[in-house]
Design a protein around this ligand. Structure first.
Ligand SMILES: [Zn+2]
Ligand SMILES: [Zn+2]
Length: 436
């Protein structure tokens, strides 16, 4: 349905700190002259999504629809769009706009825009002041300038996390010109770390994983590491003194940087890509002074560099290691993310959010009301023998909307997984209420 300015679409949102993510309907603007309209196929699950949903940084605007590792198919373009057409597979990362005028923007480093780049979600549109909503949704509308081309050789599912985790690891390696003569260390083996290993190896460097945990050697080697260094082993750290040209530190929580600094060679750099906050315990400046070493930070990458990274991935056959989930499983995925229980990135298959096409539903067999708020329609069962039927639920206030196509048992399960709350006696009368 269209209103005057926007389409109303389905997504998943957190509506308050501590609230589970749940179905949410919201407006997506019509294409402006320079916009690309994208039907979202996959969306990666980034740690930032979880932090933002939980208001961990104190700046969340609710409701928030997270998701900034977006892959989809172009379904429409504005009149001035020249680089994309309907049918193209494209990506959108952490940003959807910037001022375009300041010196970082003019140098193609939009992520460092002095007038604050517009984030893909939890931001405010620069033109109409509306909130930005992310990729946990059916569709997104983005200015052509911030849309990336996904090269043919890349698997779109596994490419989704490249748009945040990938570029965050790639950008520092390129900025510090990593090449075949370099020794690179990567601290931490998570979403960012596993990509940093792959990139550094593909750039020709000699690569070492630094980790606290023994037992990751085989996995690290599979991902491109030549060596593994156990950071809690003082003897190993001492032996590695003065080794590395560049160390990419992906750990997101405060940790001791001193052992890592000692392993840098003359003029070496330790670049932080995971930690945002105070460094604790304190860094001993002697470690900086005696080897002219540096501590630096780096955030995602500009649009041009993101395209370069995607092309690099296609040329070197690099992808993210992913675990696919349904949109309805997002809250469980967040719990596992908090325990670092994922190898190495969850990606949501956005088909799980989309309603079944009308053509598959058949005739309406029954209509009714479950309670004050929910109406339902039952469609004639396509397979009588297996007791399969199809149901459509409508929120009377015009809100969430779900379709189930299953037996009564599966139907009940579906409702539970979709985050909609029903009491048992609120099920349609044709259901066996002993099912639970
Ligand atoms: Zn992210
Ligand atoms: Zn700018």
């Amino acid at each position: 349905m269209r209103d005057s300015m926007a389409d109303i679409i389905n997504g998943y949102a957190a509506t308050a700190p501590g609230a589970a993510l749940a179905p949410f309907r919201f407006p997506r603007r019509y294409a402006r002259i320079d916009d690309v309209v994208i039907d979202i196929q996959y969306c990666g699950v980034c740690h930032s999504d979880l932090h933002q949903a939980h208001n961990d940084w104190g700046n969340t605007r609710y409701p928030v629809v997270p998701g900034h590792e977006i892959i989809g198919r172009v379904i429409d373009v504005g009149a001035s769009v020249s680089r994309f057409k309907a049918g193209d597979i494209v990506g959108v990362g952490c940003l959807v706009d910037s001022c375009g005028d300041c010196s970082p923007c003019c140098e193609g480093e939009e992520q460092y825009c002095l007038n604050r780049p517009t984030p893909t979600y939890n931001g405010v549109d620069r033109h109409d002041g509306s909130p930005t909503y992310g990729g946990y949704s059916e569709r997104i509308v983005v200015s052509e300038k911030f849309v990336l081309r996904i090269p043919d050789g890349l698997d779109p599912k596994a490419a989704a996390p490249l748009l945040c985790a990938g570029i965050t690891s790639y950008s520092p390696l390129r900025h510090w010109n990593v090449g075949p003569s370099d020794k690179v260390a990567v601290v931490g083996l998570g979403g960012l770390g596993h990509m940093a290993l792959k990139f550094a190896k593909a750039m020709g460097a000699e690569v070492t994983l630094i980790t606290r945990n023994v037992g990751k050697e085989q996995e690290a080697r599979r991902l491109g590491a030549d060596h593994v260094l156990i950071s809690s082993d003082a003897a190993q750290i001492r032996l590695a003194t003065g080794q590395f040209d560049l160390t990419v530190d992906t750990i997101p929580t405060p940790h001791d940087l001193n052992p890592y600094l000692s392993t840098l060679r003359l003029n070496g750099t330790l670049v932080l890509v995971g930690l945002i906050g105070p460094i604790a315990p304190p860094v001993h400046s002697g470690l900086l002074v005696t080897g002219r070493r540096s501590i630096a930070g780096s955030a995602i990458g500009g649009v041009e560099q993101m395209q370069e990274m995607l092309d690099f991935c296609a040329a070197h056959n690099i992808n993210c290691d992913v675990e696919m989930i349904r949109m309805q499983d997002i809250n469980r995925a967040y719990e596992r993310l908090l325990k670092s229980d994922v190898r190495y990135r969850f990606v949501i298959d956005m088909d799980s959010l989309k309603v079944l096409p009308v053509a598959d539903r058949g005739e309406v067999a029954e209509r009714g009301r479950i309670n004050q708020a929910w109406n339902y329609k039952r469609f004639r069962a396509p397979h009588d023998r297996c007791n399969r039927a199809e149901f459509e639920m409508r929120w009377a206030g015009g809100g969430s909307h779900a379709v189930a196509h299953a037996s009564s048992f599966c139907y009940f399960t579906y409702l539970r997984n979709s985050g909609l709350r029903f009491s048992r006696n609120a099920l349609p009368p044709s259901f066996d209420s002993s099912v639970s």
